[in-house]
Design a protein around this ligand. Structure first.
Ligand SMILES: Nc1nc2c(ncn2[C@@H]2O[C@H](COP(=O)(O)OP(=O)(O)OP(=O)(O)O)[C@@H](O)[C@H]2O)c(=O)[nH]1
Ligand SMILES: [Mg+2]
Length: 196
């Protein structure tokens, strides 16, 4: 059993959403970082989805999330235990996003720069609900053709200060870096909004 398997009792619990469009790597991210066996609610993609599920660029994908992913990671240095909720990406399951939002403090919106449009709805959703988020551009095959500035411009983010990070969702270190960047963002916003 890994040494980090037990959440530090003094760590504050924080609910974080991992969102984004179909097949951008949400389930892979939760699996890469979780210190517990993540809960996955996936169903196999079948021929019934042909013409509905666009597998362009993610041909190896065989399953899709139908409810949520759930994982946990304790960041001892930051004194928090993060409860990660991965959202379903397919449009027919978007009705669940409002329920998943309850109690969340922030989100990582994953984008696939080969198909940015897959994540527009998630960005609109968090901007309209006022939930702080950062953008993680998943480097499929370890590559990224665009700079963070180009990605930020293409997404037309309402808040130009929204952090945009490049990551490989299969990399624990990359995912950890993204979560820490999100925590920094949450703390910075809390400082701005806290009464003096
Ligand atoms: N080569 C490569 N493949 C990746 C990467 N990230 C994810 N994948 C693959 O891309 C596919 C999509 O990953 P998932 O984690 O299932 O994506 P998701 O966002 O949870 O998908 P939905 O729940 O269906 O919306 C899977 O086949 C992954 O193995 C990556 O960085 N590089
Ligand atoms: Mg998934």
């Amino acid at each position: 059993m890994p040494a980090y398997d037990t959440a530090a009792p003094e760590a504050s619990p924080v609910k974080i959403l991992i969102a984004g469009g179909f097949g951008v790597g949400k389930t892979t991210l939760v699996e890469a970082i979780s210190e517990i066996d993540p809960l996955r609610t996936e169903e196999r993609l079948t021929s019934a989805g042909v013409g509905v599920d666009d597998l362009d660029g993610i041909e190896s994908k065989t399953a899709t999330t139908v409810a949520l992913d759930f994982g946990r990671i304790t960041l001892t240095d930051a004194g928090v235990v993060l409860y990660l909720f991965g959202t379903p990406g397919q449009e027919r399951f978007w009705f669940m996003w409002d329920d998943l939002l309850l109690g969340a403090l922030g989100a990582i919106v994953l984008v696939d720069t080969r198909r940015l449009d897959r994540s527009f709805a998630a960005i609109d959703f968090f901007e309209s609900r006022g939930l702080p988020f950062i953008v993680g551009a998943n480097c499929f095959n370890g590559e990224q053709s665009y700079s963070t500035e180009e990605i930020r411009a293409a997404l037309h983010l309402r808040d130009p200060e929204t952090p945009v990070l490049l990551l490989d969702v299969r990399s624990r270190e990359d995912v950890r870096g993204c979560l820490l960047a999100l925590l920094d963002r949450l703390l910075a916003q809390a400082r701005v909004t806290a009464p003096v």
